[in-house]
Design a protein around this ligand. Structure first.
Ligand code: GLN
Length: 194
């Protein structure tokens, strides 16, 4: 198994460290040639959604990534990655890949003081630590997206088919269970495809 981590901006190195701890190979996706179909799943990290979204478009990565998602290749988006995958973003904010049936609110906890840590239950895992950095939350799911975790009544993780999103940064904690959850999705998708 190999996971491609989009390395355009943001917290991509931390995701690779977690994958390494779980014994899974990964590579960095920086240009069109890196999306050669050799990965079983992809991670869109946190960072700045406007910057990553612009680079995806400018580097001609957006369309091939959309095609991978349409082929049910698993993709895990954290924080900015969640915003990139959302079909709707509250207010006048742009959408990017627009593949997941969620409405996300950007900088939903406030811009400057919006960073904090919390603990909450994650469906199928149990209570996990969550680190939020100028995070979005999910205002609502619709269609076939399902909430996996809520914090103070706000949805902070969701799944739809082979798409997984968290508003928080599991790669910034010592707890590898959300990545292991994604890797299970990747293994199942690979089994179905073979
Ligand atoms: N506030 C950022 C955005 O709008 C997301 C923050 C993060 O990824 N930690 O893209």
């Amino acid at each position: 198994m190999k996971i491609g981590v989009f390395a355009l901006q943001g917290a991509f190195a931390e995701h690779r460290t977690v994958l390494q701890r779980l014994g899974v190979a990964s590579c960095e996706i920086r240009q069109r040639a890196d999306l050669d179909g050799s990965c079983d799943g992809y991670i869109l990290p946190g960072g700045e959604s406007t910057v990553i979204g612009k680079l995806l478009h400018e580097l001609n990565l957006q369309q091939p990534l959309e095609e991978l998602i349409d082929r049910d290749i698993p993709v895990f988006g954290t924080c900015a990655g969640l915003l990139l995958l959302a079909k709707e973003v509250t207010g006048k904010e742009p959408t990017y890949l627009a593949k997941m049936d969620i409405e996300a609110k950007r900088n939903a906890y406030g811009r400057q003081l919006g960073s904090f840590a919390a603990k909450a239950p994650f469906a199928g895992i149990g209570e996990i630590p969550m680190v939020f950095i100028r995070a979005p939350y999910i205002v609502k799911t619709f269609g076939s997206a399902q909430a996996l975790a809520t914090l103070n009544g706000k949805i902070v993780a969701a799944k739809q088919g082979n798409l997984l999103v968290t508003a928080f940064h599991p790669e910034l904690t010592d707890d590898t269970r959300v990545h292991a959850y994604f890797l299970d999705m990747v293994r199942r998708a690979a089994q179905i495809a073979s």
